[in-house]
Design a protein around this ligand. Structure first.
Ligand code: NAP
Length: 248
């Protein structure tokens, strides 16, 4: 049915944007897909239906990635339903862009909590069962902001750089147990997150991109699905940039 046939895959933050595209791509390739979200109840119901329409199973959870207990409950429920968790995509994320001198403790803490601790929570909840099964792939969605730093994103750059360190440490720790851990470092991808950027910033970003355009979710989802599949069985600890050449 496809290179992810019958695999059980969790995607965090899949009601919109990149997570949604990855969830659908995994389903198209035959995976059973579970996902969570924070607020978008109606979008979650629609996505669940769309995934099921592709002939695979779907589970939707309203669960904050920053809550370890909720992550554990979701992971255990998915394991019971799908039989195994073969893939985890830590995608849920948010920005609270501000200059350092304007940034509040809350802006700092919330961005770290969702982007970095959220990924820790889900990896913490899923890794043991992957280790026991001696197979699994974790994919952390990070940003070139974590590679090169972006003005106005001290909190986000720190969280996304943290995610890269976490990816490599996890890859070293889990490799011998058959679990691969990789990261996608994305540039500007057209989603709600980038739609919120002021036009001036969009134009400045565009001028820095060698391929001369923003990316789309269709530029991301196939690589994510590939990294979750057995075709990528010798790839771990990699940080793959999908950024139109911006951060080379
Ligand atoms: P988006 O369109 O804003 O969607 C974010 C998704 O995350 C939504 O489904 C949202 O759920 C969910 N979410 C947010 N906070 C959550 C929480 N605490 N618990 C559970 N779910 C939560 O974002 P996107 O642009 O697709 O970004 C996806 C990932 O790619 C993020 O990690 C982002 O940092 C990264 N990234 C994006 C870009 C870009 O240019 N777009 C570039 C580099 C990296 P609700 O719908 O319920 O709010």
């Amino acid at each position: 049915m496809g290179d992810l046939a019958s695999k059980g895959i969790i995607v965090t933050g899949a009601t919109r944007g990149i997570g949604r595209a990855i969830a659908l791509e995994a389903a198209r390739r035959g995976a059973n897909v579970a996902f969570n979200y924070l607020q978008s109840e109606a979008r979650a119901a629609a996505l669940k239906e769309e995934i099921e329409g592709l002939g695979v199973r779907a589970m939707a959870f309203r669960a904050d990635v920053g809550d370890l207990k909720a992550a554990r409950e979701m992971v255990n429920a998915v394991k019971r339903e799908f039989g195994a968790i073969d893939g985890l995509v830590n995608n849920a994320g948010l920005t609270r862009d501000k200059l350092l001198v304007m940034m509040t403790e809350e802006d700092w803490a919330e961005v770290l909590r969702v982007n970095l601790t959220g990924a820790f929570n889900f990896a913490r909840a899923a890794a043991f069962m992957m280790m026991k099964a001696k197979r699994g792939a974790i994919l952390n969605v990070t940003s070139i902001s974590g590679l090169i730093g972006m003005a106005g994103q001290v909190n986000y750059s720190a969280a996304k750089a943290g995610l890269i360190g976490m990816t490599k440490a996890m890859a070293k720790e889990l490799g011998r147990m058959g679990v691969r851990v990789n990261a996608l470092a994305l540039g500007f991808i057209e989603t709600d997150m980038t739609a919120a950027l002021p036009e001036e910033n969009r134009q400045a970003a565009l001028a820095m991109i060698p391929l001369g355009r923003f990316g789309t979710v269709a530029d991301v989802a196939p690589t994510a699905a590939y990294l979750l599949s057995d075709a990528a069985s010798y790839i771990t600890g990699a940080v793959i940039q999908i950024d139109g050449g911006l951060a080379m």
